[in-house]
Structures are given as structure tokens and as C-alpha cells.
Design a protein. Structure first.
Length: 137
């Protein structure tokens, strides 16, 4: 199977993070759509392809041993200078409901192991996302 495009790989990472706890919430799915429609990294991606790419990802995840392969392939497909952006997209999905489940944390840990960035960068991405999603109540 060929590597996904960088856009597809980042979407895969968001879908994998959302599906980690086997409960892809409407809030998480909505956030994936917002990221694809509003982040500059997706400026030249056709948002009408989002559902098809997400379905492809879900189908690939059904295969035994696919998670590690998908993370490896995504890290290879995404240019190194965009690994922090890819992590930020995945973390956005995990942080949107202000509840980090153990399964999501484990997938993010695995993702950090596959992507090239300093630990401080991952920490800064996480802190910024958490701050962005806080509410007054």
C-alpha cells in the first residue's frame, strides 16, 4: 500500500486519536472538520474528501496490527518540519471535550514516539490546546 499524502496522514492521526476509546463523539468529529476547513496546512485540500479519507482510515484500523503501521506510515508521509503541526491536530481532537481518556493518552504517547520533535514542543502543543478549550464554568 502506498503512503498516504501528508493531508491524509494528518487526518488519519486525528481519526486514530478520536477512535482510540472506540467512541468517536460528534464533538470530536466536528473538530476534525473545523481543523480541515480552517488550518492553513489544509488550504489546498478538498474538504469534500474528508469523509472518504476518514472512512479509509477506519477501514485500515480494522486490520490486525494496523495501528503501529499507520502511525509509522503517517510519520513518513508528513514532512518532518510539520510533525509538530500533525501532533497539534491530533491533540486538538483529544482535547476538544476537555476529557483525556486513557486510550487517547496512550495513542498520543505512541504518536510522540513516531514523530520527530523535542519533548518540550509536544508539551507546549498540549498546554496551548488545553488553554484554548477551557471554559469559565
Amino acid at each position: 500500500m502506498p503512503l498516504p499524502t501528508p493531508h491524509e496522514a494528518i487526518i488519519y492521526l486525528m481519526v486514530i486519536t478520536s477512535a482510540a476509546d472506540r467512541d468517536m463523539t460528534d464533538l470530536e468529529l466536528s473538530r476534525i472538520g473545523e481543523v480541515v476547513k480552517s488550518w492553513p496546512i489544509f488550504a489546498d485540500f478538498d474538504p469534500d474528501r474528508l469523509v472518504a479519507v476518514a472512512r479509509d482510515c477506519q477501514a485500515l484500523l480494522q486490520k490486525p496490527g494496523s495501528l503501529n503501521k499507520m502511525l509509522t506510515d503517517a510519520a513518513r508521509a508528513i514532512p518532518v518540519h510539520l510533525h509538530d503541526t500533525a501532533y497539534a491536530a491530533a491533540f486538538e481532537v483529544a482535547a476538544v471535550d476537555l476529557e483525556m481518556r486513557m486510550e487517547e493518552a496512550r495513542v498520543l504517547q505512541m504518536l510522540r514516539a513516531h514523530l520527530e520533535a523535542e519533548p518540550e514542543v509536544f508539551g507546549a502543543v498540549e498546554r496551548a490546546a488545553k488553554a484554548r478549550h477551557r471554559t469559565l464554568t
